[in-house]
Design a protein around this ligand. Structure first.
Ligand SMILES: [Zn+2]
Length: 287
């Protein structure tokens, strides 16, 4: 969905509210406090009065769009900008595009990222699954010397798993070590070990995986790809994520890292959905 189309479809606040009411209630308003459908419209305020619990409510109560004085059209435009930004969009850029402060831009982009959290985390990956680890982190503090990379540095380990021609998942390991025990438990949680061939690099943490499932190791010292035994899919995902994080978000704190990663997985996993805007709005409403 492009930005002009959103602008044309939802020119006014009223249009946005009607759209949200349709998606959330199928046009029969239901009180979010007591769940009663016995409500009277208050058309002037675009709210409803609940005749059961005697409160008034709007369609945004209890959703990511609530408690905001921002016009809904800006929410819709922000959602579109974030969905369309393959490499992510910074709060600074969003604030310029939407004419809002940087703080507002940051707050709404975090809310929209909440809606982009994957709910299908429980589905196990199957078939040929590439697993690879990477390290993401802030630059070293001044005076601490060289820019080290990878294992053995203070950067945060992230493990990605991708089903060939399927879904991708990535988990921030935080303070957890990338040892055989932690990697095995991560793989058991995310991969159908009875029905999968795992492909990884030669990292020693994967030694022992063969005991629980078929496992192929990629030899990165050779330049050719040996049949299925490559990790190119997950490596291109890391490239995109890193360009996004370095280029757009600069320093992402460990606390927010999982949300940025979820955002990148979401765009990737729904790349064939031609109406991702609607899905994201639905999720934002909790439908
Ligand atoms: Zn009520």
């Amino acid at each position: 969905m492009d930005i002009i189309k959103i602008y044309e479809l939802f020119p006014t606040e009223d249009d946005c509210i009607s759209h949200l009411e349709g998606v959330r209630w199928n046009n029969t308003p239901k009180c979010p406090y007591c769940k009663s459908a016995n409500a009277t419209p208050l058309p002037k305020e675009r709210r409803h009065h609940c005749n059961n619990c005697n409160t008034s409510f709007s369609v945004t109560v209890g959703t990511i769009f609530h408690h905001t004085h921002l016009p809904l059209q800006k929410w819709f435009l922000a959602t579109t900008l974030i969905l369309n930004a393959k490499k992510g969009i910074s709060a600074r850029q969003l604030s310029r595009d939407l004419h809002v402060t940087k703080d507002t831009a940051w707050r709404i982009s975090m809310k929209i990222r909440d809606a982009m959290r994957e709910r299908e985390h429980r589905d196990l990956l199957t078939g040929i699954v590439e697993v690879d680890e990477t390290y993401i982190g802030g630059k070293p503090r001044k005076g601490t010397g060289t820019h080290k990379r990878g294992r053995g540095t203070s950067k945060t380990p992230v493990v990605g798993m991708v089903e060939r021609r399927g879904k991708i998942k990535a988990e921030v390991m935080g303070k957890k070590k990338l040892n055989s025990k932690n990697l095995k438990s991560l793989i058991r949680r995310n991969v159908d070990i009875t029905n999968t061939t795992l492909i990884t690099d030669e990292y020693k943490g994967y030694i022992g995986i063969k005991q629980i499932m078929p496992h192929k190791v990629v030899d990165h010292t050779v330049w050719y790809v040996d049949g299925d035994a490559h990790t190119n899919t997950i490596e291109s995902f890391w490239a995109l994520l890193k360009r996004g994080i370095v280029g757009q978000f600069h320093k992402v704190s460990l606390h927010y890292l999982p949300r940025y990663i979820d955002e990148f997985c979401y765009r990737c996993n729904h790349r064939f959905n031609d109406d991702l805007f609607s899905l994201t709005i639905q999720r934002g409403l909790g439908v």
